[in-house]
Design a protein around this ligand. Structure first.
Ligand code: SF4
Ligand code: SF4
Length: 387
């Protein structure tokens, strides 16, 4: 259906046209000759007519850290190129933006091959810097979100399909946490503490505030295992998938990976709160993946609140460091929201009483020196309870 009939006309008359969300999946590889037409066709099918001539279009990939594309840590440069070319083809200006967790924006563009992949195209690169205060409702109140993200004429969300040690997966909704600028990110991790459901709720509220116009995920070379940083392992899946509704897209991808979508807590919240429907139209061949390696995760907090500190300290998986791999670069202790990492000239040390188990340190370590490990009592209890 024409976009204007579907969206603009009802909005003009103050009506909300209810349509079932649509998720489109295409099987492709990083061969630009075939990737570009597949990406264009998918964009047209998902959101044809949305990019207006003369507009500035914000493109937000996952630029977690400087890493070559074969590590599957960042959205592949060819996907970013295809999105930029699509926008240019419609007579608009693409602006590539993000606020990386670690490393400078410029360094990520260079080391991840994005600058060279986009060479010759009329594209702007602009890291998120300024924030605006946005009310996102209880219990969070006001949060600072990148001004460019809030004011974008059109927002194209380009996540990478990856596992996430704290949240299970990072897909369309989680990618928008990158709209929180710089060191404000760890502050919000600290506020959510060990409560993963609270953090998932925060992610959903950010998603609702930013409202990306279209989300197209790079699942050609995905990441499994202890993602989303260097401890994860690249895994070929061979798809791109898009939707106007990032939440429905996330639900579809969880099904593709063989799990109950509500295991991803952001999905559970969007379903409970009626933000997304479990049912949506799906088009394309969905690969059946039954052996995807999810991160080893602790089951979170349970039991009476007064035992939570004990459970966190003694039973929940903790970050550990390989002294052999650690280069004492300082990224982890600079980023740690709880100030739980100290260092000497020889090694780093964790204060597990202070650590809130957000696993940000693992995410930002550029040398893959950190991983999660079960505590001994945790292992025994989990074995007994078959958790
Ligand atoms: S653990 Fe990683 S991030 Fe931390 S100091 Fe060592 S190399 Fe750097
Ligand atoms: S030590 Fe790592 S897991 Fe613990 S609070 Fe700091 S960043 Fe988070």
């Amino acid at each position: 259906m024409n976009y204007y009939i579907q969206q603009a006309l009802p909005a003009f008359f103050g009506l909300r046209y209810i349509t079932m969300a649509k998720v489109i999946i295409r099987n492709v590889a990083y061969d630009y000759k075939t990737l570009k037409p597949a990406f264009f066709e998918l964009f047209d099918a998902v959101a044809g007519g949305m990019v207006k001539r003369g507009s500035r279009v914000l493109i937000k990939p996952n630029l977690l850290a400087p890493a070559s594309p074969d590590k599957a840590i960042v959205t592949h440069p060819l996907i970013i190129r295809a999105a930029a070319e699509y926008v240019l083809d419609k007579g608009a200006l693409p602006v590539i933006s993000d606020s990386p967790a670690t490393g400078s924006f410029e360094k990520i563009l260079m080391e991840s091959g994005i600058k060279s992949a986009l060479e010759g195209l009329k594209v702007e690169f602009s890291a998120f810097r300024k924030s605006v205060s946005v009310e996102i409702g209880k219990p969070f109140g006001k949060i600072e979100i990148a001004e460019d993200a809030m004011n974008a004429e059109l927002f194209i969300n380009l996540p990478k399909l990856k596992t996430h040690s704290q949240m299970l997966l990072t897909l369309g909704v989680k990618n928008l946490f990158g709209c929180i600028v710089g060191m404000k990110k760890p502050e919000w991790h600290l506020r959510a503490g060990t409560d993963r459901e609270m953090f998932a709720r925060l992610l959903v509220r950010i998603y609702q505030a930013v409202k990306p116009s279209v989300t197209i995920i790079d699942g050609i070379l995905a990441m499994e295992g202890q993602g989303p940083g260097r401890s994860g392992e690249p895994r070929e899946i061979g798809i791109i998938a898009g939707s106007q509704d990032a939440a429905s897209l996330d639900i579809a991808l969880c099904r593709m990976l063989g799990i109950n979508p509500e295991e991803l807590l952001t999905n559970k919240i969007v379903i409970e709160d009626g933000i997304a429907d479990k049912e949506f139209e799906i088009e394309g061949v969905v690969p059946e993946i039954r052996d995807f390696k999810f991160p080893e995760m602790s089951s979170g907090m349970f039991g009476p609140k007064r035992f939570h500190k004990f459970i966190r300290t003694h039973l929940t998986q903790r970050p550990v460091c390989s002294d052999k791999k650690c280069k004492l670069c300082g990224e982890c202790w600079k980023y740690c929201p709880a100030g739980a990492i100290s260092h000497s000239k020889k090694r780093i040390d964790f204060n597990y009483d202070k650590c809130i188990r957000c696993y940000c340190c693992i995410e930002v370590c550029p040398h893959g020196a950190l991983r999660t490990d079960q505590t001994m009592p945790g292992k025994i209890i989990r074995k007994c309870l078959k958790m």
